[in-house]
Design a protein around this ligand. Structure first.
Ligand SMILES: Cc1cc2nc3c(=O)[nH]c(=O)nc-3n(C[C@H](O)[C@H](O)[C@H](O)COP(=O)(O)O)c2cc1C
Length: 217
């Protein structure tokens, strides 16, 4: 984790090492995030009043400190126990939060509070069936590990994973309301196409996606 001052000064490192495959990229590249600002923001009741979905976005990217705070609000560690800003099913961590941006797909590591490169490709357009997803700066994709729900019938896995993702989605909505950002939680997804684009493995599956950016004014 780096300080917010270093982040603002552009001193963070995205250590892009040579790698020819998606897997190599995933192992080699890390985006350090500044320490999240875990105080302040808008009063909760005011954020609830402003929460809404937006489907028109500016292309402007999110500054790194804002991305850091957003990911922490979404799914960050908020206690020494390692538990999160959201509740989760049976104390089993089923969901991974991926960030699809212009420079590739990143996996959020909440414990280290950093992003790990998963893919070099810009797959934003594949994260949904609506036009704005390809140009908005960030599409979060909530991916479940089906194999971690091994004693749950397959038909119930999507239910529990979806509830976990829904809590994350609401945290993102409220953070966006507080920060003047725009967001929409989404299910209009070609799930097969997105799973292929993300190179998901084993019993991983996409639950929902959520676009975040600045509103187009
Ligand atoms: C499970 C779920 C799936 C959704 N899928 C989409 C979607 O694919 N595309 C979209 O534009 N909005 C989607 N939404 C957002 C809803 O359309 C939106 O929340 C609803 O119309 C109420 O509007 P509001 O969020 O502005 O209050 C989804 C919301 C939920 C909870």
């Amino acid at each position: 984790m780096i300080t917010r001052r270093e982040a603002s000064a552009g001193l963070f490192s995205a250590a892009v090492l040579a790698g020819t495959s998606a897997k190599a990229a995933s192992e080699a590249t890390v985006m350090q995030l500044p320490a999240p600002k875990t105080s302040g923001g808008m009063p909760l009741m005011q954020a609830l009043k402003l929460r809404h979905s937006t489907r028109e976005y500016a292309e402007r990217p999110l500054p790194l400190p804002v991305l850091s705070d957003l990911l922490w609000a979404a799914f960050g560690v908020n206690r020494p126990s390692g538990d999160r800003t959201v509740p989760y099913w049976r104390h089993i961590m089923v969901i991974d939060v991926y960030a699809a941006m212009a420079d590739g797909v990143w996996l959020y590591d909440p414990k280290a509070h950093l992003l790990r490169k998963h893919l070099d490709a810009d797959i934003r357009a594949a994260t949904g069936q609506q036009d704005f997803v390809g140009a908005a700066p960030l599409n979060l994709v909530y991916v479940a590990h089906g194999e971690r729900m091994h004693d749950v019938p397959p038909e119930d896995r999507r239910l529990y994973a979806s509830v976990d993702a829904g809590f994350i989605g609401q945290n993102v909505y409220l953070f966006c309301a507080s920060e003047g950002l725009a967001s929409v939680f989404r299910a209009a997804i070609d799930y097969k196409k997105l799973a292929e684009a993300m190179q998901l493995e084993g019993e991983q599956f996409v639950t929902f996606a959520q676009t975040v950016g600045y509103p187009r004014s």
